[in-house]
Design a protein around this ligand. Structure first.
Ligand code: IPE
Ligand code: IPE
Ligand code: MG
Length: 260
C-alpha cells in the first residue's frame, strides 16, 4: 500500500489523459474554433497567420479524439455569416481548406476517420467543393470515427431548409402535419446521421453559440475556455473532457432519481 504522499506523487506524475474515464466519454464533441485573428494580431501579424496556425490545432484535436476514442467530432470551420468578412480573408480560408484537406488525408486514412461535411456546401468555391467531395469519397468506408466539418454552415439556414422540405412533403401529401415529430425534423437536418451533441467547446473567451447546431445542442454540456484556437493542444481537450466527466447530466430529472 503506497503512503498518502506517494499516492499524490503517482497521481500528479500521471498524464492528464490517464485521468479520463474511458467509459464516460462524450459520443459527439462539437468545437467552435475561435480566436485565430486575435492570436495573430497579438503578435503583430495579419489575421491569415492565425488561420494558418489554427490548422495544427485541428490536427491535434482530431488525433486526440481518434485516440480516446470519441466517435463523432464536429468542427465549426466557416459560418454563413463568415461570408461577410473581407474578400481576401475568405479567399485565404478557402485556400487553407484545400491545402489542409490535401495534407490531412493521410491522418484520416491512418486513423480510419470518415470525413463528412454539413452546411450550404454548394456555396463553396469549386476547387474547395471538389477537394472536399474527393476526400469524403476516399474516406467514406472508414469505420473508426466521423469527422464533420461545418462549412458555410448556419443553424438558422439549416432549420429554414428543413421546414421548407417538410412543407413540400406535406403539400404533396407525402406526410401529414400530425406525423411531424422530433424525429421527422431530425431526419431533415444536415446532421441526420449524427447523434446529439454531448459536449460543445468554444475557445477564445467568447461565450456565445454564433448560429452553430442550435437544435442539436439542446442538452449539450457547454465548455468555454480563454485559450485561443491556434494554441489549442491535446491537453486542453483532455481538461475539457475531465470537466465534462464531473458534471451530472440530468435531462430534466432530479439528482435523486439518477442516484437512487
Ligand atoms: C476563427 O477565428 C476562425 C473563423 C471564424 C473562420 P476568428 O477569425 O474568428 O478569430 P477572431 O475571433 O477574430 O480572433
Ligand atoms: C464562429 O466564429 C464561426 C466559426 C468558428 C467558424 P466567429 O468568430 O465568426 O463568431 P462571432 O461572429 O464572433 O460570433
Ligand atoms: Mg471569431
Amino acid at each position: 500500500m503506497p503512503s498518502e504522499e506517494n499516492l499524490v506523487t503517482v497521481i500528479f506524475s500521471m498524464n492528464l489523459v490517464d485521468h479520463i474515464d474511458r467509459s464516460k466519454l462524450p459520443r459527439h464533441l462539437a468545437v467552435i474554433m475561435d480566436g485565430n485573428g486575435r492570436w495573430a494580431k497579438k503578435q503583430g501579424f495579419f489575421r491569415s497567420f492565425g488561420h494558418e496556425n489554427g490548422t495544427e490545432a485541428v490536427h491535434e484535436v482530431v488525433e486526440a479524439c481518434a485516440e480516446l476514442p470519441i466517435p463523432f467530432l464536429t468542427l465549426y470551420a466557416f459560418s454563413t455569416e463568415n461570408w461577410n468578412r473581407p474578400k481576401s480573408e475568405v479567399k485565404t480560408l478557402m485556400k487553407l481548406l484545400v491545402s489542409s484537406l490535401k495534407k490531412e488525408i493521410n491522418t484520416l486514412q491512418k486513423n480510419k476517420i470518415r470525413l463528412n461535411a454539413i452546411g450550404n456546401l454548394e456555396a463553396l468555391p469549386k476547387k474547395a467543393y471538389q477537394e472536399l467531395m474527393d476526400v469524403m469519397e476516399q474516406t467514406k468506408s472508414n469505420p473508426h470515427m466521423t469527422l464533420t466539418l461545418a462549412l458555410s454552415y448556419g443553424a438558422r439556414e439549416e432549420i429554414t431548409k428543413t421546414i421548407k422540405e417538410i412543407s413540400v412533403k406535406v403539400k404533396n401529401n407525402l406526410i401529414s402535419p400530425s406525423d411531424i415529430d422530433e424525429s421527422v425534423i431530425n431526419n431533415h437536418l444536415y446532421t441526420r446521421d449524427l447523434p446529439d451533441v454531448d459536449l460543445l467547446i468554444r475557445t477564445s473567451g467568447e461565450q456565445r453559440i454564433s448560429n452553430f447546431l442550435l437544435w442539436q445542442i439542446a442538452y449539450a454540456e457547454l465548455y468555454f475556455t480563454d485559450t485561443l484556437w491556434p494554441d489549442y493542444r491535446k491537453d486542453h481537450l483532455f481538461e475539457a473532457i475531465l470537466d465534462y466527466q464531473n458534471r451530472e447530466r440530468r435531462f430534466g430529472k432530479t439528482s435523486e432519481q439518477l442516484n437512487p
